[in-house]
Ligand binder design. Structure first.
Ligand SMILES: [Mn+2]
Length: 355
């Protein structure tokens, strides 16, 4: 049996969730590197023969020297493992100038390149505007081998730069199609013989990358058995909490706390919704402070609307009362519009309320 890891989109040196405090941004960057190292420790322990990186090992066209050195040091530290590295749209020519280690195996854009492990083949091609159409007809695989293909791009029904036309890869003797570009794990059937999978990234970087992150372990004997291995150090989650019928901030905080089932290592985004009848202008910021120890990082978005009882403001002499009475009396607006205008107006007024 031969074991191969399929990973992608490591994004070493990546920008992270913009709202993270500076020291946590630095820490998260270290954690992205640490998780990559930890995956290699796992690979060595499991006797993995090769690690396929299906693109985006680095984040920008010019990776930082530190990230490059880290990557090469990691590759050199595991000479028994081949690193089959397909460059993605974020990777520049990071081998230029240096002496790439012998176990770092690259793929080009000129033609399909294959590496062989007994009867197992791993082939890949960097998709460019020049080969985006021809790549499907130039792919030729031995039906008697177990064939793994790595590509970086968006799957769909069209061919083109950065695109992968899955239907044109059918009936080409592919056993496993190792994809990179999409940052969440997903997989499906390619044809009678093969399956495709996006490994996703190793660590989520922001609230647009929620859910389990990790890599795919391939165990190859007569066929390819693929298993997603969740491996991120921290998970990123997003929940929506309805705080309708809470009577005050504190009750709202408690309801959020009940709903937040994440671990204290995680990053959490809470979207508040519902209708509330108390001042809510600082609710999001206050909830973040209240729940600061609940997880590694919490971000609260207040999407609630203010429930307005016109009677409450009938005799209110403040600017707020005047404003609310005015909106309620205005026949140009329907109830929903009135609610939104009042909610926005109260937010504006809270900047410096005139009594
Ligand atoms: Mn990527």
């Amino acid at each position: 049996m031969i074991k191969i890891i399929h990973c992608a989109d490591i994004h070493l040196g990546s920008k992270l969730e913009a709202k993270l405090p500076h020291e946590k941004t630095l820490e998260r960057r270290k954690e992205v590197r640490a998780t990559f190292s930890r995956m290699l420790e796992y690979a060595a322990k499991e006797g993995v023969r090769a690690v396929i990186i299906a693109g985006d090992a680095f984040d920008s066209d010019r990776p930082l020297k530190k990230d490059k050195e880290f990557f090469y040091d990691a590759v050199k530290a595991y000479p028994q493992i081949d690193f089959l590295y397909l460059r993605g749209n974020h990777d520049g020519d990071e081998t230029s100038g240096g002496n790439p280690p012998e176990n770092l195996k690259l793929f080009g854009a000129d033609k399909w390149t294959s590496y062989f492990y007994g009867n197992v083949t791993v082939s890949a091609l960097e998709i460019t505007a020049c080969n985006a159409i021809s790549m499907y007809s130039t792919l030729s695989l031995n039906p008697d081998c177990i064939n793994i293909i790595a590509l970086h791009g968006q799957t769909g029904e069209k061919a083109g730069a950065g695109k992968i036309k899955l239907s044109s890869l059918r009936n080409k003797n592919i056993d496993y199609l190792a994809l990179g570009h999409i940052h969440s794990y997903s997989e499906g059937k390619l044809d009678e013989r093969g399956r495709w999978a996006y490994s996703g990234c190793l660590e989520g970087r922001g609230f647009d990358e929620t859910g389990e992150k990790g890599f795919v372990l391939l165990e190859i004997e007569d066929g390819v058995k693929s298993t997603f291995v969740p491996f991120a150090y921290r998970n990123i989650a997003e929940i929506t909490v309805d705080i309708t019928d809470t009577a005050n901030d504190f009750e709202a905080f408690c309801r959020i706390r009940e709903a937040a089932l994440c671990s204290e290592k995680d990053l959490l985004r809470v979207n508040l919704k519902g209708e509330i009848s108390y001042d809510n202008e600082t609710l999001a910021a206050d909830a973040e402070k209240f729940l600061i120890n609940r997880c590694y990082f919490i971000s609260v978005k207040n999407n609630t609307v203010r429930k307005i009882n016109a009677e409450d403001y009938e005799h209110d002499l403040s600017l707020k009362g005047e404003f609310i009475r005015g909106v309620i009396a205005n026949e140009e607006y329907n109830d929903d519009e009135k609610r939104r205008i009042i909610s926005a107006g109260l937010k504006a007024l809270s900047g410096g309320e005139v009594e």
